[in-house]
Design a protein around this ligand. Structure first.
Ligand SMILES: NC(=O)C1=CN([C@@H]2O[C@H](COP(=O)(O)OP(=O)(O)OC[C@H]3O[C@@H](n4cnc5c(N)ncnc54)[C@H](OP(=O)(O)O)[C@@H]3O)[C@@H](O)[C@H]2O)C=CC1
Ligand SMILES: O=C(O)C1=N[C@H](C(=O)O)C[C@H](O)C1
Length: 270
C-alpha cells in the first residue's frame, strides 16, 4: 500500500510543528500539505523548516480545498471554529479527519457528527497512549469505589485557552461512565467563597495554568482515611502527535463514523 498522504492544519502551532515531525518520522505516512490561517507570516514557508527539519518541499498555504482534494487524511489541532470548518471540507473530500482540538461545545460536536456521516473522524481530548489507558483505569476505579469522592486536577502551560482541559473532561467522562452517571449534571467546575459541603457523587475539577507545562493530570479518589491518585505527566508533545498519526493510519479504509482514540488503541471495551 502507498504511504498515506496527510495534511497538517494549524501547521505553525505548537502541535502543528510536532505533527509535521511525527509524520516525517512515521513509516507509511507522508506529509502532503500544511495549512495556516490567512495572513499568517508562515505562508510560503517550507513545512520541514517550520518544524526544525531539513526542507521537504511542502509549502505552507492558506487554501485547504486543493490540498484536501489531493490527500487521504488531515490532522487538526487548531481551534473549535477552525475544526468545525475543516470537518465540513474533510467530509466533502471523504478523507480521514483526526481531531485533537479541545474546548468544543455541544453545537460544535453536532457539526462533527454531521461530518462523520460522510467520512472517518477520530477525535480525542488526548491522543496519547498513556492517558487513554489511564481513562480505562479511572473507569474501573470509579466503579469499584462508589463512595469515594472524585476530584480531577490538571496543569498546563500559560498559553492554554480552554478549561477544564480536554483530557480532564475525558477522565471525568470515564469516571462518570464507571459510576453510570451523567457528567454534565454531576460535575463541579469551580469553587469560590462559601460553597457549602461537597455534594455526594460530584466529580470536581481544578485547573492550574503556568510556565511551559506540557500537560499533567491527576484523578484523586478520596475516601474515609485513604486516597488513591492516578496520574499522567506528558513530557513531550510527540506523544500526542504520534497518537494522531497512528489514528489516521488506523482510519484509512474504515467506514464513515465518529471514532475515539480508545477505538484506535483497542481500549473501548476495557
Ligand atoms: N488531543 C490532544 O492530544 C491534544 C490537544 N491539544 C489541543 O490542540 C489545540 C491546539 O493546541 P496548540 O498547538 O498548543 O495551540 P497553538 O495556538 O500553538 O496552535 C494552533 C494553530 O492553529 C492555527 N489556526 C487557528 N485557526 C486556523 C485556521 N482557521 N486555519 C488554519 N490554522 C488555524 C493557529 O494560528 P494562529 O496562531 O494564527 O491563531 C495556530 O498556529 C488546542 O485545542 C489544544 O488543547 C493540544 C495538545 C494535545
Ligand atoms: O493545550 C494543550 O497543550 C493540551 N491540550 C489537551 C487538553 O486540553 O487536554 C491535551 C494535552 O493535555 C495538552
Amino acid at each position: 500500500m502507498s504511504d498515506m498522504r496527510l495534511v497538517v492544519v494549524g501547521a505553525a502551532g505548537r502541535m502543528g510543528r510536532a505533527l509535521i515531525r511525527a509524520i516525517t518520522e512515521t513509516p507509511g505516512a507522508v506529509l502532503a500539505g500544511a495549512i495556516e490561517r490567512q495572513g499568517s507570516s508562515e505562508i510560503g514557508q517550507d513545512a520541514g523548516i517550520l518544524a526544525g527539519l531539513p526542507p521537504g518541499g511542502v509549502k505552507v498555504t492558506d487554501d485547504p480545498l486543493p490540498v484536501f482534494a489531493a490527500a487521504e487524511g488531515v490532522l487538526d489541532f487548531t481551534s473549535p471554529a477552525a475544526t468545525t470548518a475543516f470537518a465540513s471540507l474533510a467530509a466533502q473530500a471523504r478523507i480521514v479527519h483526526v481531531i485533537g482540538t479541545t474546548g468544543l461545545v455541544e453545537t460544535d460536536l453536532d457539526k462533527l457528527d454531521a461530518a462523520a456521516r460522510h467520512a472517518v473522524l477520530v477525535r480525542s481530548g488526548n491522543m496519547s497512549l498513556g492517558v487513554n489507558l489511564l481513562a480505562a483505569l479511572v473507569k474501573r476505579a470509579a466503579a469499584a469505589l462508589p463512595d469515594f469522592d472524585i476530584e480531577i486536577l490538571e496543569m498546563h502551560h500559560r498559553h492554554k485557552v480552554d478549561a477544564p482541559s480536554g483530557t480532564a473532561l475525558l477522565l471525568g467522562e470515564a469516571a462518570a461512565e464507571g459510576r453510570d452517571i451523567d457528567l454534565s449534571s454531576s460535575s463541579v467546575r469551580s469553587r469560590d467563597g462559601h460553597t457549602g459541603a461537597r455534594p455526594g457523587g460530584a466529580i470536581g475539577f481544578a485547573t492550574l495554568r503556568g510556565g511551559s507545562v506540557v500537560g499533567e493530570h491527576s484523578v484523586i479518589l478520596a475516601g474515609p482515611g485513604e486516597r488513591i491518585e492516578l496520574s499522567h505527566k506528558a513530557e513531550d508533545r510527540a506523544i500526542f502527535a504520534n497518537g494522531a498519526v497512528r489514528a489516521a493510519l488506523w482510519g484509512r479504509g474504515k467506514k464513515p463514523g465518529h471514532y475515539s482514540m480508545a477505538d484506535v488503541l483497542g481500549l473501548a471495551d476495557v
